[in-house]
Design a protein around this ligand. Structure first.
Ligand code: SF4
Length: 186
């Protein structure tokens, strides 16, 4: 069985379709201390609960709001996105591996490999290192090829689509980018 770390509902649609079509047994694992603020965290949890009902698959949940865990880990590098994201991916993938060991899953993977907005090569590198370190197989697939398909289905199903990656820093960056665009237009 493959334990698939789930970052959010829309990013889950294509990877689980892929796993189902290939006939690989899998379970989802929701662990994302990087989603802030609390209202947004609840919104994404709710969206995944809706998706779970629609697609009928098992998910192991960590419903704790992890703001403090996240900040303790990334605060020193909060203004350096490369370092911040590396710590964030490691945090989530390490928890996934530990859960995989706990439930005796044969391998792990992540829906982070689906988004064209994530640092794909960095995620792959971290997962490979952790796989070697913890002796749990990493199921690698470049799910980005299904990005458009997954997005279209999420829209069709009315699944909540978030406007930023997750952390409060990425939320701030979104507004800076928006403001820059507006200034360039004027
Ligand atoms: S931008 Fe996304 S991947 Fe990077 S630290 Fe924030 S939540 Fe994590």
């Amino acid at each position: 069985m493959i334990l698939i770390h789930i970052c959010c509902a829309p990013c889950t649609l294509y990877p689980i379709k892929f796993l189902k079509e290939k006939g690989y047994p899998f379970k989802g694992y929701f662990y994302n201390p990087n989603i802030h603020p609390y209202k947004e965290f609840k919104e994404r949890l709710k969206a995944l609960e809706t998706l779970q009902k629609l697609k009928n698959f098992e998910i192991l949940w960590d419903r704790e709001y992890g703001l403090r865990t996240f900040l303790e880990n990334v605060f020193m590098v909060k203004d350096e996105p490369e370092k911040r994201c590396e710590i964030c991916y490691t945090l989530r993938l390490k928890a996934t591996i530990k859960k995989a060991l706990e439930i005796k899953a044969e391998a792990f993977t992540t829906t982070l490999l689906y988004s064209i907005y994530q640092k794909h090569e960095l995620i792959k590198e971290i997962a490979e290192d952790l796989s070697f370190q913890y002796k749990v197989s990493f199921f690698y697939e470049d799910f980005r090829c299904g990005f458009r398909e997954g997005l279209e289905e999420a829209k069709k199903l009315g699944i909540y689509l978030q406007g930023y990656c997750g952390c409060i820093f990425s939320e701030e960056e979104r507004y800076y980018k928006k403001r820059k665009k507006e200034l360039l237009k004027s």
